[in-house]
Design a protein around this ligand. Sequence first.
Ligand code: SF4
Ligand code: SF4
Length: 178
Amino acid sequence: MSPEMGRGKEGMKKEPREIGYLPFEVIKEKITLPSKERMEKGGVAIIECVESIPCDPCVESCNSEAIIKEDLTSLPRVDYEKCTGCALCVDSCPGLCIFIVDCSREDKALVYIPYEMLPAPQKGDRGDALDRAGKKIGSMEVAKVRKGERGTTVLGILVEKDLAMDVRAVKIPESSNG
Ligand code: SF4
Ligand code: SF4
């Protein structure tokens, strides 16, 4: 990720609302992320929710009681030891800010992302891996597709391991998407 991301021409840090996406630098300031060792053990939820809003469907969605909010408006926190990586929370979030990162495989990382465009991709589809700003950072293959209860599709995508904490969206070529 570019060190300039989230900064204006004069080097002043810009607010996410001004630039239209949430830079990783801001996430790291607000959230304690799981250790590399934890991510290599198996899937774990990364909740990129950094605004205090009255909202808690993520808490309700988790059968393992791994998502904790001290009160309705506090930021959610994940107990990374309780989290099983089941991905049930991904489509519960109206803000589409929950992702699962699994670096336990030898070859690629498996990352679960919410997806709301139609038609939904199919298993085996290949396309671009995009970062939080919508910039192409590599390629990906769809390994799993699950239609969530709210209508949001959850995609499990395979990417190079060094993209696991940066890939947050995908772009599928039209020829393989319909
Ligand atoms: S991935 Fe599963 S266990 Fe982990 S926080 Fe989400 S719902 Fe809970
Ligand atoms: S459901 Fe999403 S927006 Fe609401 S508190 Fe949980 S992570 Fe934040």
